[in-house]
Design a protein around this ligand. Sequence first.
Ligand SMILES: [Fe+2]
Length: 326
Amino acid sequence: MLYLTLCVFIGLSASADVKPGDDCTTDGWGGTDNDDAKCEDGITNMKCRQGKCTCLDGSIWVESKAECLKTLGQDCNSANECAPGQGSCKNVGGRKQCCNWNDLNKECIDPEFVMEVVQNYVYDVNGELVKQIKKELQASYVYQAYASYFQRADVALMGVKKFFSAASLEERDHAQMLIDYVNLRGGHAEFGNIDLESACKAVLNHQNILDASNNTLMCICNFVAEEPEGQDIRTGCESDRSHWKNALMAFEDALVTERFVNSELLKIHKIADDAKDAHLSHILEHEFLDEQVSSINKLAQYVTRLRSFKGNYFLGEYIFDQNLSK
Ligand SMILES: [Fe+2]
C-alpha cells in the first residue's frame, strides 16, 4: 500500500512541472537513468538521456532548456489547449504546438517573416496587426461611402462630405502606418477582402454590446451598401429618408466606428504588453491611441451639438455644415 501511494505521488510530481534539462537520474525513489517516465510532462515528447530530460532535434539530442524549447516547443493537448503559461495553440507546419510570447520556439515564428529582421515579434502579434490593418481600411471605406452619400444632390451637406472625405484618407494613412510597421519588424502583411456590409456589421455588432437602444445606427451604411437581396445590414431603418437627421446619424455612426477601432487597438496594446513587445507598445501609445482618443472626443462634441438642435434641426444642421465647409 505504501509502495502504491509512493508510486502515485511520484507519478504526479514527475508529470507536473518537469522541464527540459531537468535531472532524471536515480534520486532515491528507485528511478534510474534512461527512465523516460520521469521526463513525461503530458505535453512534450521528452526523454531521459544521460541524466537530463532532453528532446530530439532531428537526430541530435539537446538538453538545455532553451535549446530544447527552441527545437521542440510544447505540443497542444488533444483539446488543442496549452498548459497555463505555455501560450496559445497554433498549427505550425502541420503540427499543433503552443506558441509562447517569449519567442524561444523558433517554429512559432511565421515562415513568411524576414528572419534577418524579426526579433521579439511573434506570430499572434503579427496576426493582430494584420487584422487591424483591415479594420482601418474598413473604416476608410465606410467614411468614403458616407462622403459620397453627403455629396448626393438630395442630401447636399458639402461640409459633412468634406469631413468624411478627409476622415477616409486619414484611416487609409493609419492602415499604411501599420503596414509600414509590420514590414519594419520583419513581419508578414496579408490582405483580404474589404466590403462595406461586413465593415458596418462589425461596428454594429460591437455597438450592440454597448447600447442597443439607438435604432438609427448604420442606417446610412445600410442605404449605401451593396448587399444581397433581403439581407439588410440592419432592420428598422426608416425607408423615407426625407425625415433622416443625416448629419447626426452619420456622426453617431462615426463615433461608434472610432470607439470600435479604439477598443481593437487597446486589445493589441494588451497583447503587446503580454508579449513584452516594448517597441509595439510605444508605437501604439504614441502614434495611434492619442489620436484615437482625440477623434472620439471631437466626434462626441459634434454629436452633442447636432443633438442640441431640437426646435429646428435642419436649420442647425445647415449652420453646422457651413462651419465644416470652412
Ligand atoms: Fe484609424
